[in-house]
Design a protein around this ligand. Structure first.
Ligand SMILES: [Zn+2]
Length: 434
């Protein structure tokens, strides 16, 4: 399912799931609900930067026509009751395991621009196992991509919803000290909930939407445990625990410079041929990979510039992110992850030392050699001395801090984490729904 009401998409799924339970349609849940983030560089975010899906078994006694019409009705109710816009909302029911075409679509929607024609073709080819109760729209790109998610690398997010009556108020009554405490408990395996530098909760959204907070973690069972000491001072509507591709770096496919077209995501490996620090501190790199060269912008807010500005020409790096068009109409890779692969030796040239008194000599003028200011020794036979300057950046992976990491980026706290928990399944709906 995909829709244009941003933070509400997961909440709409929550509402829908509740209806399915009320009608007693569910035989069992085959997995946690999915929250699938898609290509962040697509200019119109309504094309599904985040889509959601349920993987469920419906009771034999229930017909698919019945589910389809109830799902459509529930969504229309939701839109009337909460808010939103139906024009781009899409619900897709896949009646069976989907094939490789859906996997391909997921990868394309994650890393590239998807044309509506591409989806129309897929829909028409899959007519026997696909139902679109709200009809065909742009939102179907996200909805079908969520169905095709390969679940190869996963994290989890527990989304706690507010009482619908409070959804329009900005202020959220959550004790942030207890949130910081939750974040510090390593055994819960949560990440990026609290920014200690700015003393601010990252997991609490700041706009008027139904999400009270979203706790991200690596282990679904421990994630539910983690919130038991959280002090929340307002009514809760309920919660839903999602399996997600967030923080997995799934969109960072290796690409040649010629393939990194506008609105694509990926990683470019090559040699730094130009480096400029712009006023304000952003760093612009030009990188060549043998096929061509490309600009890559590292923004100060990512926290990566303090390492990157110490690169020199000739260093070999892998830069990953998404490509956007700049005002000069050239495309630039917006970097969210940097790997320094190889560093050149950085030489500095100094005037020679005086052979008589060891003081540093001065140039005696062009072509006239060097002279010693201390003892007066002169020579035309001495040369500049090259010394290796220690590098201020090391080989290794550099990841953004939690504050600036986008949904799909791997944030610094996960640099060594194995995202191995995709296979975990809920034993009942109580494991993920309240
Ligand atoms: Zn001297």
């Amino acid at each position: 399912m995909d829709s244009s009401y941003g933070g509400c998409t997961t909440h709409a799924l929550y509402y829908l799931f509740k209806k399915l339970l009320e009608r007693d349609y569910l035989e069992r849940a085959l997995d946690y609900p999915y929250l699938v983030r898609l290509n962040p560089s697509i200019p119109s975010k309504t094309r599904g930067n985040g889509a959601v899906a349920l993987n469920i078994e419906i009771r034999d006694s229930v017909s698919i026509e019945c589910v389809a019409s109830d799902v459509a009705a529930a969504l229309r109710d939701y839109i009337t009751e909460v808010r939103g816009n139906t024009s781009r909302a899409c619900v897709a029911l896949a009646l069976d395991e989907v094939g490789s075409r859906f996997r391909e679509l997921y990868f394309k929607a994650l890393t590239d621009f998807v044309h509506l024609d591409y989806i129309a073709k897929l829909v028409s080819e899959s007519r026997d196992k696909l139902v679109l109760p709200l009809g065909f729209s742009e939102g179907c790109i996200g909805a079908l991509a969520a169905i095709g998610w390969d679940r190869s690398r996963c994290t989890y997010e527990l989304l706690i919803y507010r009482d619908v009556a409070r959804a329009q108020t900005i202020e959220r009554v959550v004790d942030t000290d207890t949130l910081a405490e939750l974040d510090r408990h390593l055994e819960y395996r949560t990440f990026c909930n609290y920014d200690y530098e700015e003393e601010r909760a990252i997991s609490i959204p700041r706009g008027p939407d139904p999400v009270l907070l979203g706790i991200r973690g690596l282990d679904p069972v421990k994630l539910i445990d983690s919130v038991k000491n959280l002090k929340i001072g307002e009514a809760i509507g309920g919660w839903l625990l999602f399996k997600t591709n967030q923080a997995s770096g799934a969109h960072l496919a290796p690409r040649a410079s010629t393939e990194l077209k506008p609105f694509r995501t990926g990683c470019l490996t090559g040699v730094v041929i130009d480096i400029t620090t712009r006023p304000g501190g952003d760093v612009l790199l030009e990188i060549t990979d043998g096929y061509g060269s490309m600009r890559a912008a590292v923004f100060k807010e990512t926290g990566l510039t303090r390492y990157i500005r110490n690169l020199v020409l000739g260093d070999v790096v892998r830069v990953c992110g998404s490509t956007k068009l700049w005002d000069d109409l050239k495309h630039v890779l917006h970097v969210e992850l940097v790997e320094v692969i190889d560093l050149v030796e950085n030489y500095v040239k100094n005037n020679p030392k005086c052979p008589k008194c060891s003081a540093r000599m001065k140039s005696a003028g062009r072509g006239k050699g060097f002279k010693c200011v201390k003892c007066g020794f002169k020579s035309r036979n001495l040369h500049l001395e090259a010394t290796i300057k220690p590098r201020e950046v090391g080989v290794g992976l550099y990841l953004p801090g939690c504050r600036s990491a986008k949904h799909l980026s791997i944030p610094a706290p996960l640099s060594k984490a194995e995202l191995e928990n995709c296979g975990v399944r809920p034993s009942s709906t109580a494991d993920f729904y309240f």
